[in-house]
Design a protein around this ligand. Structure first.
Ligand SMILES: NC(=O)C1=CN([C@@H]2O[C@H](COP(=O)(O)OP(=O)(O)OC[C@H]3O[C@@H](n4cnc5c(N)ncnc54)[C@H](O)[C@@H]3O)[C@@H](O)[C@H]2O)C=CC1
Ligand SMILES: O=C(O)[C@H]1O[C@H](OP(=O)(O)OP(=O)(O)OC[C@H]2O[C@@H](n3ccc(=O)[nH]c3=O)[C@H](O)[C@@H]2O)[C@H](O)[C@@H](O)[C@@H]1O
Length: 439
């Protein structure tokens, strides 16, 4: 059992804190958002993340998980302090370290004994040194700074955290190594490795992993675009490639580009890190360019089909950047909304979880429906931007009777081409043949 403080209770901090409590530790989570802290104290999970609620409730009830806005009392007894703070992109694409370094400075002012300060935020190479320097400016008390990047995916966060493929720990401090090794034992029982390395290598591992996955997706998006030109089927190509164990089946799904709070920002930040060292990450540059185009791929298809879309009405399924989350940061759906509305189209959208978040950002720029069929009424076409399970087996009679004409543009390839042939709809997807209904 360890006493732990987690600073920042977003997707990463809240999952980290809850899962460490679940493995028997005493965890105090700190956030500057007083409203959020009050809601959590009242037992409310402030984000939509499958399976988090059960662990959250259990650990609050058993008094292993607490919340506060006060940094000093939260860290007083904590042996380990996790920083799970935002590192949003700055104007030039670099990671904004002001949250991390600001809290580091605050910690320097209040620590009274040795602490292990662990950076879980995604930060550029060299940040651990900057965190150490920020603390050292304020205190002579000994401490160790550890880089422990997080690899969880939203929507699978609890499972990813409890059963990680690997845990990366960057530190050369022997005491910190022992403490981190003890802390993570419950998570690596099934043989997944705890990989120790220096701080810089750990920091770069995180960016390299995210950028590699973003590159894999982008490569497939380009293959899909080429499939459309030459009449190949990207589903078959994906199966054929993925069966090679050196390639693997995962992260080969083409679509309307990667979004989310991490891939776009981390790929840009790695590019910027390279620039800072006069190093040109040319692959990363290409990934960013291709992804920017891919995000509005459905727009190209819609314009090809309709020509002018001024006054057209579109139904949109999916707003979240991927299924099983209410997160809309860098969601391709929102880029699409922007481009369509700019050209005079109107949109009614449905998403199972993300509507409230979208309303907070774009308000009444579009209309919202309470279910996936209501959005269809009188629309010129249905556009699919997120592959929520509830969209995958719909009532096609409802779709056909409610739309003005049965036209579907699918940015996530959620339907099997053989099945859709029987449905009597025009169906255009990514990297596959367009299905035109027989008249
Ligand atoms: N979202 C994800 O799936 C993953 C995110 N990461 C990285 O983890 C870091 C955090 O990301 P998210 O959890 O998504 O961020 P988030 O934006 O969801 O949450 C950050 C939290 O920190 C709080 N905060 C801001 N300043 C604070 C301060 N001075 N003291 C206490 N709390 C403060 C905010 O109120 C917010 O609740 C980022 O570096 C991100 O790149 C890494 C892996 C996965
Ligand atoms: O650093 C982070 O924040 C996290 O970023 C991603 O996780 P996440 O953004 O939650 O979601 P992913 O499932 O990776 O999807 C990212 C984007 O890629 C897209 N994607 C994913 C897979 C695929 O085959 N095709 C594809 O277009 C998704 O639609 C989504 O827009 C990584 O998968 C996590 O390992 C990492 O910890």
């Amino acid at each position: 059992m360890k006493n732990i403080a987690v600073i920042g209770t977003g997707y990463v901090g809240l999952v980290t804190g809850t899962c460490f409590a679940e493995t028997g530790n005493n965890v105090t989570c700190v956030d500057i958002d007083a409203n959020k802290v009050e809601r959590m104290k009242g037992g409310e999970v402030p984000i939509y993340e499958p399976h988090l609620d059960v662990l959250f409730e259990r650990n609050i009830k058993q008094e292993r998980l607490k919340f506060t806005t006060e940094l000093a009392p939260a860290i007083e007894d904590a042996e380990i302090i996790f920083l799970a703070l935002p590192t949003p992109p700055g104007e030039d694409g670099s990671a904004d370290l002001s949250y991390v370094l600001g809290v580091a400075k605050d910690l320097g002012k209040i620590i009274k004994e040795f602490k292990v300060i662990v950076d879980k935020s995604t930060v550029p190479v060299g940040t651990a040194d900057q965190v150490s320097a920020a603390i050292r400016e304020e205190t002579d008390i000994p401490f160790a700074v550890v880089s422990n990047p997080e690899f969880l995916r939203e929507g699978f966060a609890v499972d990813d955290f409890m059963n990680p493929d690997r845990v990366v720990i960057g530190t050369e401090d022997e005491k910190a190594k022992t403490i981190m090794n003890e802390l993570y034992q419950p998570f690596i029982r099934d043989g997944h490795p705890l990989i120790f390395m220096d701080e810089k290598s750990a920091e770069l591992t995180k960016y390299a992993a995210n950028s590699f996955l973003a590159t894999k997706i982008t490569f497939m998006n380009e293959v899909a675009n080429f499939c459309e030109i030459v009449g190949a089927d990207v589903d078959r190509v994906r199966e054929g490639m993925g069966a090679d164990t050196r390639i693997g089946h995962r992260f080969l799904y083409p679509g309307i580009g990667f979004g989310g709070s991490c891939f776009p920002k981390d790929v840009s930040a790695l590019m910027k890190s390279g620039n800072d060292h006069n190093f040109n990450f040319s692959i990363i540059d290409a990934v960013l360019n291709v992804n920017n185009q891919q995000r509005i791929k459905l727009l190209d298809k819609v314009l090809d089909h309709f020509g002018d879309i001024e006054g057209k009405k579109f139904a949109l399924w999916g707003l979240a950047f991927k299924p099983d989350t209410d997160d809309i940061r860098e969601a391709p759906a929102l880029y699409l909304v922007d481009e369509l509305t700019k050209r005079g189209a109107t949109i009614t959208a449905f998403d199972p979880e993300a509507i409230d978040n979208v309303k907070n950002v774009i308000g009444d720029k579009i209309e919202y429906a309470k279910n996936q069929y209501e959005v269809l009424d009188g629309a010129d076409a249905l556009l699919i931007a997120t592959e929520w399970s509830v969209f995958k087996n719909p009532d096609f009679n409802e779709i056909k009777s409610r739309l003005k004409s049965p036209i579907i543009f699918d940015g996530r390839n959620i339907f099997n081409l053989n099945d859709i042939r029987e449905k009597g709809v025009f169906y255009s997807s990514i990297g596959r043949q367009t299905i035109i209904p027989k008249v």
